[in-house]
Design a protein. Sequence first.
Length: 95
Amino acid sequence: MDVLTQILEIDPKFSDAAIFLGNLAFDAKWWDRAELAYIQAAKNKNAEALFGFRNLAFEAFQRGDHRGSKRYLTIAQQYYPQDETLQAELLNLEE
């Protein structure tokens, strides 16, 4: 992971490295680090970040952290406001 972090320090727009870093952090259950990596990818308009946020939201929901689940989806919505399924997922959480 350190190599990917260094790559992103050199070239923050290399969003594929951010996605890979997010996925590795997600697998290691380092939720905060995964979130930051997906945010960096989303800032660079990498559509795969949306899947990362959804995975984080799902895991949070499974752990009983419904507030965290909603927060991840809300962050994703900031970067992908046109995604109607995100809106539906957020509404589903409010029920």
